[in-house]
Design a protein around this ligand. Sequence first.
Ligand SMILES: C[S@@+](CC[C@H](N)C(=O)[O-])C[C@H]1O[C@@H](n2cnc3c(N)ncnc32)[C@H](O)[C@@H]1O
Length: 282
Amino acid sequence: MNNELTMNEQSPPTLNYGEPVMLIDKRRRETYTVLQEGKVMNLNGNVIKHDEIIGLASGSRVESAKGNPFKVFKATLQQHILNMHRYATIIYPKDIATILMQGDIGPNMRVVEGGLGSGGLALSILRAIGDQGELFTYEIKSEAIACSRRNIKTYLGEVKNHHVHQADIYEGIEEKGVDRVVLDVPEPWHVVEHAARSLTDGGLLVAYIPTVIQVHEMVKALHAHPEMYTTWSLEILERPWYVTEQSIRPDHRMTGHTGFLVFSRRSARWAVEEGASHESKS
Ligand SMILES: C[S@@+](CC[C@H](N)C(=O)[O-])C[C@H]1O[C@@H](n2cnc3c(N)ncnc32)[C@H](O)[C@@H]1O
C-alpha cells in the first residue's frame, strides 16, 4: 500500500484566533464568525466557546454546551466577502468572478483599482494576482481604507503588495505600464483617459456600474477614445435552484439586480496604424 498522502488525505488547516469560520448545525444552518479569544456565541440556544475551536482542523465537529453537534470550517473567500463588515456596498461574488475571468486577472499582474469600499473586490484581486503581483488602489475615504484593511487582513493576513493611495482617481493614475485597471466609482468615464495612459498595450479596463445610464456614459467615453478599442458590456444573472428528493425548481428568491460590467481593451498600435476611427467597433 502506498504510504504517501493523496491531496484529499493531507491535513486540513488548523483554526486560529483572527480567522473567519462557518459553523454549521444539523439542519445545515450556517453562521459566520471570526474566532476571538474568550468569545462565547449563542446559536439558537446553543452556547459555543471560540477558545474550544482553536487548534482544531477545519471540518472538525464541535459540541455546544447542550451537546448538540456543529461542524466548523474555514470560511471560503465568498463567505467572508458576503459576511464581513461593510463600509460600502460590495461587488457580489457572481460579478467578481466575471471581472476576474473576462478581465483576465491572474498571477503576477500589476492592477490598478478605483474605489476600495469594503475591500471585497480588492481581496479577490489580491488572491488572484498572488504575492508576486501588485495592487494599487485609489480611495478617497479614510473610513473605507480602515474598514477594508481589516477585512483584507482577516482573510489574507498581512499583505505587502497592496498599495493604497488616499486620492481621487478622477485626478489621475500615477502607475504606468499596468496590466489591468478595475473601477467601482460613481463616474468611471472620468478615468478613461488616465487608464489609457496607465495601461500597457493590450491591457484591459473593467468598470462595475450600477445603472444603465452610467453604462451608456462610460461606453460613449470609451468609443470616443482612440486607443480603447474593443468594448463589451454585460450583466450576470444568478438563479439559485431548490433541489430535494421530491421537488426540483428555481428558488423563490434571487438577487434581482446588482450591476453591469463594461470591459475595454487598450490597443495603442491599432490607433496609430488605423487612425482614430471607431466605426468598426463591436
Ligand atoms: C461601492 S464602493 C466600492 C466597493 C468595493 N468594490 C468592494 O467590493 O467592496 C465605492 C468606493 O469608491 C470610493 N470613491 C468614490 N469616488 C472616488 C474617486 N473619485 N476616487 C477614488 N475613490 C472613490 C468611495 O469612497 C467608495 O468607498
